[in-house]
Write a protein that binds this ligand. Structure first.
Ligand SMILES: [Zn+2]
Length: 291
């Protein structure tokens, strides 16, 4: 089941008082594929939404598996249209605020609108919650309503579909909560925290990898120098503490400076000075022209 479908299933189970049930039904039908005085038609991928529409429209669900449609006959369409205070002769379809009787009803109306026209990307893929409307003014009115609820919606239009969407995770979580999908909001929040955590972990692993390669490179450089000094016989002539340092380094190529210093029983900077000395001696040798 897609995340959007999961959210819709949660929304369908939200208990509502009479005023909110009415507002929810209004949102669901107004944002349906067709909402006119002659025809009201809901098309959805969600079987639960189709069943709810059938109940509202006193019609049968058609289709199966992925796409369901519910179309009211002429009489029922007209009845619903009038019930929600729409009047014949008005060409522009807008939200009739009289159907959102109380303050509690805005969330219920949005829930209904989301049930029939809403989509939501899964949290792993990104953040985008959108409503689509068949009319420009309807989309505009919805954006105004969302703004009144402290959301910052964006509008886009493609052909004859107008989209109102949110792409900020926090805003989406708040809206889901307002509509009544608190569990889905929580799921989204958890996904976000997990993603942040993974980013931090990745950064840390990268930093550690960089440190390890620095250690390995430095050790390799030192060991090369020591081998060269050994080959030229110079190592034997060096003071005992340098010889001891050389032996430790060659025997423990994987250790960091700090770890090697602990074994040698001297300070980190002391050990570093000795290793540097060995590298310098070898570099000097290289620079002496051969006879
Ligand atoms: Zn209400």
């Amino acid at each position: 089941m897609s995340f959007a479908s999961e959210v819709k299933t949660e929304l369908l189970a939200v208990p509502a008082s009479d005023c909110c049930r009415f507002a929810e039904g209004y949102g669901l039908l107004l944002f349906a594929r067709v909402f006119s005085q002659h025809e009201i038609s809901v098309v959805t991928e969600n079987a639960g939404v189709a069943a709810r529409a059938a109940e509202l429209l006193k019609a049968h669900v058609r289709g199966a598996k992925n796409v369901f449609s519910v179309t009211a006959d002429k009489i029922n369409s007209h009845r619903q249209w009038e019930q929600f205070g729409h009047h014949a002769g008005r060409l522009i379809l807008r939200i009739n605020r009289a159907n959102l009787e109380n303050e509690c009803c805005a969330g219920a109306f949005l829930r209904g609108a989301f049930l029939s026209s809403g989509t939501l990307t899964s949290p792993e893929k990104g953040y985008r919650l959108e409503f689509s409307a068949a009319h420009r003014y309807l989309a505009g009115d919805l954006a105004v309503l969302l703004r009144e609820q402290d959301r910052v919606p964006h509008l886009s239009a493609r052909k004859n579909t107008f989209t109102v969407y949110l792409h900020d995770s926090e805003q989406i979580e708040d809206l889901l909560t307002l509509m009544g999908a608190a569990n889905s909001a929580l799921e989204l929040m958890n996904a976000e925290i997990y993603k942040d955590f993974r980013n931090v972990t990745n950064r840390r692993v990268n930093a550690e990898t960089a440190n390890i390669s620095k250690t390995v490179n430095a050790a390799a450089r030192q060991i090369r120098a020591i081998r060269a000094l050994e080959a030229s016989g110079e190592l034997n002539g060096l003071p005992s503490e340098l010889r001891e340092t050389a032996r430790l380094r060659v025997e423990n190529p994987e250790l960091t400076l700090a770890e090697l210093a602990r074994i040698a029983g001297i300070s980190r900077s002391g050990l570093n000075r000795r290793l540097q000395k060995l590298v310098e001696l070898e570099t000097e040798n290289k620079n002496v022209p051969e006879k």
